[in-house]
Design a protein around this ligand. Structure first.
Ligand code: HEC
Ligand code: HEC
Ligand SMILES: [Ca+2]
Ligand SMILES: [Ca+2]
Ligand SMILES: [Ca+2]
Length: 459
């Protein structure tokens, strides 16, 4: 058969489509084939992974309701959802992880925090676990149930500093300084250490848990043997269920070994909901008003309901990238490698083969994190160690989904305490091991800086 012109054209189009598909496959599917969702709307962080079986998907929706609904005080007719408090930070998980997205910091004294809390400690036990404040415990609870006083008010002041890029363009950074005032239960310990934090987006967390520890540990270079100035370090933290130290994965300092423990800790510390993993009410013995109140039962969330919430937290899909073929985005990605951002923001992992949720296994994912701790300099330090993580050390925050935070949550507050008002400020706060990388960014001409930002916004 003689190929007619339209046929040749069709053939060529098919060929080019195929090629395009191969390129975009790699770049688009941040959460792998099973864990990527195509939605760039305000609901982009709220989808179940499409590859779940029907029965798992059902559990996902039940878990979603435990995540979204407001818990109530005991006693209530809704026995499965009572027992909140007595002290708390919010009535639901989604109050802080709104639309499964990013929390925002407190910006003024009468600001209602959405996704912000302050961790407390007075030192560390021999195993590295933080020692709670004798009165206020391990977390400042600025809310409470009726009839009980909250712990007080979070106050913020800002300190401004300015600098300039190598081309002379000026910038200003804003550092929050928090203090706890109107304390309702007496004075804080004189040795109090505080760590202000915002909640991260909930996407792709199960995939991160499914990475083999050995693959994460491959990038550990604590004494910087390869001399690149970057020394990833693993945190090892107490795992309640296994009863030993395990690789830390979740939270800004990788202080939790598993999603299950992270979720159960949030139920207890943030909502005041006891579970079999954290069976104590959310107060200390030195908060007498909180003693002998009616609780929501021996545990306030049953084990299988906790597990449904864990399944939910493990199974939120990662949005596909946008604008991957844009010339500036491609240039920005090259710069991201050249500047050595990639040394910590690792672009690719393949998940292992042993996660209980099989759809998380064997996925080629692009989280842009090595899941390790790095010294980020004194400016970012919270001066509050937890297990092996020192004040200056933070877990590399995955960058997937970062470009959609504005759409989902209506803000772009970044870094552990939300101090950065946008992506560029987040970069400018990098210090310590990332000082050289940051300075390389500062030395770029404006057009190239814009390309780096455009690339990060495409994640
Ligand atoms: C008061 C606000 C608040 C509430 C309520 C809250 N969180 Fe969080 N969430 C945070 C903060 C802040 C962090 C970071 C914690 C850290 O670094 O230790 C976080 C971290 C997490 C993480 C780890 C994310 C990561 O990337 O490592 C998970 C999972 C999580 N929360 C689930 C939950 C669940 C489930 C609930 C409800 C039981 C909940 N959260 C309630 C603020 C909140
Ligand atoms: C030495 C390791 C390291 C290097 C190099 C590095 N980062 Fe980071 N990055 C981190 C850590 C750790 C955090 C979290 C710090 C915090 O929250 O205080 C982070 C946070 C970020 C954030 C904010 C993420 C969020 O969701 O809040 C952005 C954006 C970012 N990095 C971009 C970059 C860019 C661009 C470069 C290169 C110019 C770079 N990083 C180089 C370790 C690194
Ligand atoms: Ca309770
Ligand atoms: Ca407390
Ligand atoms: Ca190194």
């Amino acid at each position: 058969m003689k190929l007619t012109y339209p046929l040749i054209l069709l053939f060529l189009m098919m060929l080019s489509c195929r090629k395009e598909a191969v390129i975009t496959d790699y770049r688009l599917y941040s959460g792998g084939k099973n864990g990527t969702i195509f939605d760039e709307s305000e609901n982009a962080f709220g989808h179940a992974m499409s590859s779940m079986s029907n029965d798992k998907e059902l559990l996902f929706f039940v878990g979603n309701s435990f995540f979204n609904q407001n818990w109530v005080s005991a006693p209530a007719s809704a026995k499965a959802r009572d027992g909140i408090g007595p002290l708390l930070n919010a009535k639901s998980c989604s109050a802080c992880h709104f639309k499964d997205g990013r929390g925002a910091p407190i910006l003024s004294i009468d600001d209602n925090a959405t996704g912000f809390l302050i961790r407390l400690s007075t030192g560390n036990n021999p195993d590295g676990s933080p020692i709670d404040d004798p009165i206020y415990g391990g977390q400042f609870n600025d809310k409470s149930i009726n009839g009980v006083k909250d712990e007080g008010v979070i106050h913020v002041n800002f300190e401004y500093t300015s600098g300039e890029f190598e081309d002379g363009t000026p910038y200003t950074l804003r550092k929050p300084i928090y203090s706890l005032i109107k304390l309702n239960y007496g004075a804080l310990s004189p040795n109090i250490m505080m760590s202000p934090r915002i909640g991260q987006q909930m996407i792709g967390l199960g995939l991160l848990e499914a990475i083999n520890s050995a693959d994460i540990l491959l990038n550990v270079d604590e004494n910087d043997a390869n001399g690149d100035g970057i020394s990833g370090k693993a945190n090892y933290v107490w795992d309640i269920e296994s009863g030993d130290m395990q690789l830390g994965l979740f939270g800004w300092k990788a202080g939790q070994p598993s999603l299950k423990q992270q979720v159960a800790a949030a139920f207890q510390g943030d909502l005041g909901i006891k579970s079999y993993l954290f069976p104590n009410e959310n107060h200390t013995d030195n908060q007498p008003e909180c003693l002998n109140l009616e609780d929501g039962g021996e545990v306030e969330i049953e084990k299988d309901d906790l597990e449904k919430t864990v399944l939910y937290a493990s199974s939120l899909a990662v949005p596909a990238r946008r604008n991957v073929a844009d010339e500036d985005v491609i240039q920005g990605e090259l710069l991201f490698s050249e500047l050595q951002c990639i040394a910590c923001h690792t672009n690719t992992f393949e998940t292992g083969n042993s996660h209980v949720f099989s759809y998380l296994n064997k996925q080629l994912i692009h989280p842009y994190s090595d899941m390790l701790l790095h010294d980020m300099g004194t400016e970012l330090s919270d001066n509050r160690p937890i297990f092996l993580a020192e004040g200056k050390e933070w877990r590399t925050q995955p960058l997937w989904g970062i470009g959609l935070i504005q759409t989902v949550n209506g803000h772009t507050y970044l870094l552990h305490d939300g101090r950065a008002r946008n992506i560029e400020e987040a970069i400018l706060w990098h210090g310590g091991e990332a000082e050289t990388t940051k300075n390389r960014y500062k030395a770029l001409p404006k057009t190239q800086r814009a390309q780096v930002l455009k690339f990060i916004n495409s994640l």
